[in-house]
Design a protein around this ligand. Sequence first.
Ligand SMILES: Cc1cc2nc3c(=O)[nH]c(=O)nc-3n(C[C@H](O)[C@H](O)[C@H](O)COP(=O)(O)OP(=O)(O)OC[C@H]3O[C@@H](n4cnc5c(N)ncnc54)[C@H](O)[C@@H]3O)c2cc1C
Length: 163
Amino acid sequence: MSLSRLSVAVIGLGTAGQAAAILLARDGHRVEVFEQAAAPGPVGAGVLLQPVGLQVLWKMGLLDEVLRHGRRIDRLYGDTPKGKGVLDIRYARLDPRLYGLGLQRGALFSILASVIDPATVLHADSRVVDADSDNGRVRDVHGKSHGPFDLIVVADGSASSLR
Ligand SMILES: Cc1cc2nc3c(=O)[nH]c(=O)nc-3n(C[C@H](O)[C@H](O)[C@H](O)COP(=O)(O)OP(=O)(O)OC[C@H]3O[C@@H](n4cnc5c(N)ncnc54)[C@H](O)[C@@H]3O)c2cc1C
């Protein structure tokens, strides 16, 4: 197996799958993405990006674009209906350079989608029901087998049925 150009399957086109597909293609690998949704898009309304996520976006060259679409968060404060404080986090207490970013999920999805390599193959409406790491093949819900792949990235979310 040559490490110079791998054939990679990415399962799931959430934030993790998008970022993995972009970075793997930038490294010269051939990428195919499998997403169960027929029309892939953002799920949910807002997201609070933490410093580690912002650092990844900086490395991808997307930080300025993301900052333009979000609102900087320096402090998270929560209290009960009676006014008793239950949460008080200030990023600067950890490091003065750190902050979070409140962002619409649609904005994050669109920014990442705009830089996906056009050569990346997207299989929409393709829920993966089996990923075989021994022979590098994935099988979708329609019974079609894909591969072989050198690497399978399972990015199907926290409720993963594959990991
Ligand atoms: C209400 C709520 C609020 C949240 N708020 C925040 C927040 O503010 N900040 C934060 O960092 N995180 C938040 N999270 C967690 C957040 O959802 C995750 O951090 C983020 O979405 C994870 O991205 P992901 O790409 O790993 O997974 P997901 O966003 O779950 O993406 C997984 C993708 O894989 C696809 N998929 C799943 N199974 C298969 C399959 N078998 N075959 C093919 N495709 C498949 C799904 O359709 C989906 O597109 C929140 C979660 C919830 C529920």
